[in-house]
Design a protein around this ligand. Sequence first.
Ligand code: B12
Ligand code: SF4
Length: 525
Amino acid sequence: MRSCRSGRKRGSDIRILLINPPYISLTSRGVGHQIPFGLLCVGGPLIDAGHEVRLLDAERHHMSPEQIEHVAAEFAPDLVMTGHAGSTPAHPACLLALTAAKRACPSTLTIYGGVYPTYHATDIMAATDVVDVIVHGEGEAVALAIADRLARGAALSDVPGITFRQQGQATKTAAMPLITQLDDYRIGWELIENWDLYQCFGVGRAAIIQFSRGCPHQCSYCGQYQFWSRWRFRDPKKVAAEIGWLHRTHDICFVDLADENPTSSKRLWREFLEAVIAENVPVRLFATIRATDIVRDADLLPLMKRAGMVCVLMGIETTDPQTLLAIRKGSTTRDDQQAVALLRRHGILSMLGHIVGFEEERFMDYIRAIRQVWLYDPDLLNAMYVTPHRWSDWTADNAARTVIETDRSKWDYRHQLLSSRHLSTQAIFWLVKLMEVVVHARPRSLWRMLFHPDKDIRAHLRWCFYFSFRVWRAEVAEFARRPARNPTSPTLAEWFGKDLPAHRAPRQAGPEAAPAKRHMSVTGG
Ligand code: B12
Ligand code: SF4
């Protein structure tokens, strides 16, 4: 075993350990483990800059802190970096990973990036000393700058986009300019040692890729559009070529588009689909697309099907027109229903994202919602609970609501976090579970799952039903085991700190992004 380095060192041979923290959610058990895409985005440019980079996927290997500590001690990194797409619920696991790394190598510099730390940097720095630096916003350029300073033995004070400790004080530097050419930064695919470990939806090896970043819309509850600031896109042909390459080189059969809103420009979306078709590889695509864009782009649905789109997740959020207005969603119940029908007509599965808790619904509101979702007739349903983000407008507007779940690892859209004046947590839980049963166990759904004429779709549906059932059963078991909630619950304002900002980020639409006449929703994950 090498001894850990003294941290700041001259030379260019910086050794960097990227740790995907051991955050195991019911979704990863259900959907299957996915590659830690955000860390690959950060890792690629670091490799290209000449650094020695290794990925430790503690999530995939379900590693204990002791195992992480052991690997860190062996690799003896100068820098340890972590972050997770699960973001808020993955925060405790990120700290656990950095604690283990610090135990192994006390002098290593620890870097934490992603959405949650971006908006909670001061609190995190005050609460723990296992985090040395927090990276705000997209990580590629900032991580490169940090590694560069470390390699040169220079101070971090001129690195934009970080919070770091300066004479014991958490200090935030100026923002890093947005990346304008996303294609300038390469994804570090070679960091994946064994692609067999990443399979999902039962169709073999799976990857994640981004065609675009950001979103031109501003749904009031959204945690994403402010993070990326402006809608930006990669060259559609290059993304398609990368998908083709992933199939030919690594036998990838399934690709999840990580975009918030890949259809922001109809022209570019068409170019992307045409380029994927030209690659002529049997790769299935999964994407989150707003219902209004499915309706707008109805003429592109045959292309989407030919490009391999197997399933589209549409965050409809609610079936109540008043709530749709209140959350600035900009779509109508008619759009949502029409989008499901259009997708079915073109042989693409629809998964609806539905969220309860925007309002304090009554019993009959749930019954109406269940009836409406039944009428929409989707293939799959992702039933979620409202999950406030500190920086969202919805949170500022609902600061007086009461938090009943103070375990941050449960802030994953699958647990009720806020109390409701009209219904108990038991009643809400069972109504949400009933909604899932109603959608998946309807005779029509079961018929499609058993006898759908398209073999691929049938296999996909069967796989989804099987794993949805497992997740459903596990969530029921978890609910039954849970102790009673803490009666001294904080308000949202108290939970997030009294300075809860009424954060209204200035809006910057990307040059190609469609005008935000309507809002949509993405509740990926
Ligand atoms: C793809 C995806 C998934 C996939 C794969 C996740 C994975 N392992 O990568 C699946 C379907 C498995 C998934 C599951 C979940 N997801 Co998800 N998922 C997404 C999605 C669509 C894209 C995420 C992504 O890859 N973005 C692109 C990359 C490049 O961005 P990034 O990870 O943020 O990384 C960049 C920066 O943040 C930063 N960065 C990140 N980490 C680090 C680390 C360092 C050191 C540095 C310097 C920088 C840095 O640099 C990166 C490059 O610029 C988003 C929605 C969206 N469109 O954003 C939701 C989202 C991230 N998921 C979310 C959630 C809640 C979950 C689940 C917890 C849901 C659940 N109930 O189980 C699970 C977590 C399970 C798991 N183990 O991963 C939430 C997070 C909410 C929040 N901000 O707190 C999001 C935002 C969706 C939402 N509803 O709002 N998800
Ligand atoms: S459309 Fe999706 S990503 Fe865009 S603001 Fe609404 S919820 Fe956020």
